[in-house]
Design a protein around this ligand. Structure first.
Ligand SMILES: Nc1ncnc2c1ncn2[C@@H]1O[C@H](COP(=O)(O)OP(=O)(O)OP(=O)(O)O)[C@@H](O)[C@H]1O
Ligand SMILES: [Mg+2]
Length: 257
């Protein structure tokens, strides 16, 4: 088994492992592309547990998580949803962008994430008690939740929260070089660009350049695309559609490449 590459930024691995041992749920807060998913994959592997991920969106309902009756041939059978499967297996359920989900999802989570650790499956009348290894973890991007998409305190307070942000320049360079296989010297130019963009507060960007985009730019360069074009395609265009911001970003890039 190959180990998932994850470079810790602080005490997050230790905190997560402690939370797992203590049967606590963990919320990972942070902007897009900063390593939350990679982190969960890595800790699940360390714990030797199955990771079941649900990408939540406005339509995600409790039924989607718990399961539903489906017609199979002439019979209807109850098919476990991801939450039920994770409980049965004693795995880790990862709810990506949990704030997007419908409120009934959060209700189902309450009894499974507090001291009861119970899942009541209304459709079958079954009550499951989660094994010790079962855990719920979720992600939340405080930056772009549009006003209303805030989690209620009764949900927030069932999760301990670990903040994530982009790695510091040194570690970020190592991550980008590792993921893209691009020469560290070239990667350092990308990191310089990222540092400058992240400090440019006057741009109207919704969110700034992520580690993910830097890796994409590095991979394009590795494929032989000229650095300026790679950065325009992987950094400038994904970040903004405004001409003024595009010009500012392009100028910044041409100082490095
Ligand atoms: N600390 C890290 N160690 C190793 N790789 C990292 C780290 N941080 C970021 N990465 C790299 O950045 C990429 C993007 O990270 P990831 O997909 O985990 O972001 P995310 O925070 O889950 O984003 P989103 O909120 O959009 O889902 C990963 O594929 C990985 O290559
Ligand atoms: Mg993710």
């Amino acid at each position: 088994m190959t180990e998932v590459f994850y470079k810790p930024q602080g005490r997050e691995v230790e905190l997560f492992l402690a939370a797992h041992k203590l049967k606590m749920s963990v919320l990972l807060k942070g902007p897009t592309g900063c390593g939350k998913t990679r982190f969960v994959e890595s800790v699940a592997e360390k714990l030797g547990l199955n990771l079941i991920t649900v990408s939540c969106h406005e339509e995600t309902s409790a039924t989607d998580l718990v399961g539903r009756h489906l017609l199979m041939g002439s019979e209807t059978v109850f098919v476990d949803g991801p939450l039920t499967r994770a409980v049965r297996q004693g795995g880790i359920l990862y709810l990506d962008e949990v704030a997007e989900a419908r409120p009934d999802v959060l209700v189902v989570l309450h009894s499974i994430t507090d001291y009861r650790r119970q899942l009541f499956i209304e459709r079958t009348g079954e009550t499951l008690v989660a094994p010790d290894s079962f855990m719920v973890t979720a992600s939340f991007n405080p930056g772009y939740q549009k006003g209303l998409k805030e989690l209620k305190p009764s949900t927030r307070q069932r999760f301990i929260s670990i903040p994530f942000t982009y790695p510091l320049p040194g570690p970020e360079a190592e991550i980008v070089a590792h993921e893209s296989q691009l020469d560290l010297k070239m990667v350092k130019h990308l990191i310089q660009i990222a540092t400058q963009i992240r400090n440019l507060k006057e741009l109207g960007l919704m969110e700034t350049v992520s580690t993910r985009l830097l890796i994409d730019a590095a991979k394009l360069i590795g494929e032989g695309i000229e650095p300026r074009l790679a950065c325009r395609t992987a950094i400038v265009e994904p970040l903004t559609d405004e001409d003024e911001d595009r010009i500012a970003l392009t100028d910044l890039i041409s100082m490095q490449f």
